[in-house]
Design a protein around this ligand. Sequence first.
Ligand code: GLC
Ligand code: CA
Length: 552
Amino acid sequence: MTEDAKPARLLAGELWWKAGIVYQVYPRSFQDTNGDGVGDLKGVTARLDYLAWLGVDAVWLSPVYRSPMADYGYDVSDYCDIDPLFGTLADFDALVAEAHRRRLRVIMDFVPNHTSQDHPWFREARASRDNPKRDWYIWRDPGPDGGPPNNWISNFGGPAWTLDPATGQYYYHAFLREQPDLNWRNPQVRTAMMDVLRFWLDRGVDGFRVDVIWHLMKDEGLRDNPVNPDYVAGEPEINSLVQLHSADQPEVMQVIAEMRAVLEEYDARVLIGEIYLPLERLVAYYGVDLSGAHLPFNFQLIQTPWHAPALARLIEEYEAALPEGGWPNWVLGNHDQPRIAARVGDAQARVAAVLLLTLRGTPTLYYGDEIGLGRVPIPPERVRDPWEHNEPGRGRDPERTPMQWQPGPQAGFSTVEPWLPLDPQAQTCNVEVLRDEPGSILTLHRRLIALRREHAALSVGDYRPVSVDGDVLVYERRHADETIRVALNFGHGDCKVDADIAVAQPEGAREGWEVLLSSAGGRRGERPLDGHFALAGDEALVLIRRAAAAQG
Ligand code: GLC
Ligand code: CA
């Protein structure tokens, strides 16, 4: 890569993933270019100008590897090839080159916990008990009653073990039976998978998001998981057991350190880990002396009730739990979770955008959230996600529907009926319509992103809580002599932010505050009136302290 072609939108080194914004693309649903109703790599490349316009720094692609698509690409049958549905390796190389030309980084999804049952490794492994690849997966004799070797449950419901009748043993799968778990205790598996990382790093990818990283190591003795006394009927079946032995084992840190060491062979690549664990366990994934994931994905905003006090507590606890030097990150949604607008409503989705893009730490933005996509209804005959078939109501199709680009047929996503339905509001909820509306949620995202880029206080500044009063949360971001305050109204009622509280400075300082952005649009440059800023229901304000500014 020439010096020029190097993505350097931000500062050098690791600062790109600290100060930058990650945008998740679910490639099946971004842009179809060959009229089969499924998004593809050429489609992502065709939309890079949009991402550059939006102002994000990196694109994380959900899996595009060769796959029979039992779990839509999270069942990989060849880690070093692109599925023909998405294109070719040449298309991938073109995407990376075009992204880098626009100073956008590319983050690959890496799926090391399990392969597809069609992966040649698993085909060999299941061929016979003494096949050299047998131990690359997790095989056990049946339990005493002939049933599964232990009580572990699949994340998609049902037993986590499937009997292979030909060889008389069960294999373990934390997800679908089509997704056998690799045995990460086997050194050959480790070597093979580290080579996969190098394969993509050599092609120029800027990092990885590692799928279910906390699952990689299981208890060596495969002990039964304890029953969860707090289980409430109706929750996913996996929650009926405490995942004490099936995941989050101490040995996983060594594996992650090995992955990290591979990335360190290259310059400034990022390692992101998918981890659904309580805070105190989550932060362990930064690793001893930060030898683990750069960014253990923080999903707490997805799991915390949408109220000012709960969110204030969360931010405080997360900030306090971070290890020295550990860089925070925040996520509002992804391809596995109901969309933010579906969870909190359209009005609060705007407040959420301000929160995501003004907190301290790398934000990851899920495609479509910037146009306010909500929960798209999926008629029964259009269901695709296997989880929905196993456990109705759990399906993830509603958050995986096509991106909406313009009014007209298929919202510009495809020329044919897409693999999942479009939002019924696609004629108005699309990029072309919203990009020109000053008050749209898309405009809000673009402004916030620009603001974050413009103000070091927002991208790399310190965080300090200021107040939580009723529905209103106020915090401060500060860098050098720049001070920014964010006031978010998580309620629907109008109120006032006391500019004295908002200032919390000795006498006379209040006139220093000025509105940089309102989630409702407009108001830029506004000063407090009678010592207050009006804050409407569902509104968030970003204020800056203008040291030199005096007010009459
Ligand atoms: C992760 C992915 C999810 C997938 C699962 C199994 O949670 O995000 O989509 O189904 O892993 O790979
Ligand atoms: Ca296609």
